[in-house]
Design a protein around this ligand. Sequence first.
Ligand code: HEM
Length: 359
Amino acid sequence: MGDGNGDSNSWTYGEYLRLYDLLKLQGEGREISSDEMHFIIVHQTFELWFKQIIRELSEARGILSLNVVPEDKIPTAVDHLSRTTEIFRLMADQWTVLETLTPQGFLNFRDDLGTASGFESFQMREFEILLGLKAQDRVGSMDPIGTFRKLSKRSPEDVEILSRLEKRLSEKSLYNALMEWIERTPIMGSSIGDEGDEKFVSDFIRNHLEAYKMMNNESMKRLESNTSRDEIAKRFRVAEQSAESFLLPDGKIDRARAGLLFIESYRELPLLTWPRKLIDAFVELEESMAKWRHDHARMVERIIGRRTGTGGTSGVDYLDSTSRYRIFRDLWEVRTILVKPDLRPILKNAEFYSYSVDL
Ligand code: HEM
């Protein structure tokens, strides 16, 4: 049955897609210019994509937060993330349609927007929370829940939005689900809970940190004649300290980060193929989001310059600072401390990571 629009067996194209309803929502009943109609359509298109993004990310989170993630489900999680990335890439390209709007063309109807702004896109806040963007990491202590709490006084729909966001906040984020899954990575053939696992992991970390130092020392040798030699040496020592506190925060093993380092270091091992593809999919997703945010800022700069936004932020500067958000921090940070293949700690229990064939 199709929502009272006829039987699903005999649906027309228009009924199936609910086009009769959908196409009445682009400023119908108001005398709007083609500029404004296009402004509405681009926003609505983005919001439809946001809806799909929330769905894809929820499904990926559903898979990764299982207590035991079946190996054959990882490709499905990767597919959900890859589709999300493609949507962000598509949306990043879509800003150019908006750039056909001249500054004057926008000023013609800007006053009608009042204080309405993309800042109030609750779907955007929902997927940011679902991904794992923390309130304290937002620019200028921006508080989305506070914004929607204020708006919730307006209508029952706004109350529903607030409770939807609060529910998301109380759930496990995709980032946490991912790191909990990575924590269970077998390191040097040893799994979490195995006898002696801590020793395997701490040896791996110590050996890796040694290798990292060695690599820095090699770089230092190459810079022997550099006049800022002392400064560079200091920088290397600071990098070594931060590598240590990344892997051993407060002197204790962080098994999830160690697992991440292990996957990134030995990424050619057959058993690590899907874990590394999954990690790559997250990195690609975050990169596509950052580029999308960046391109939004460039489009805004072109149309409104450095004006304050309709939502009351500093405008372009605010948007530019959001493009520096990194939700999957550890996935980025581990890149800084990798060593070249020759210097990696010797792999133990290599056979554990080969393909097994059931005969
Ligand atoms: C002429 C076109 C546009 C202009 C001038 C513009 C301008 C701005 C500005 C200045 C902000 C900062 C918040 C504020 O103070 O208002 C903002 C935020 C935002 N805009 Fe746009 N925008 C445009 C089109 C769009 C479109 C088509 C979308 C698609 C949904 C969009 C989505 C957003 C979102 C989600 C935010 C919040 C960003 C964040 O807080 O991280 N904008 N926009």
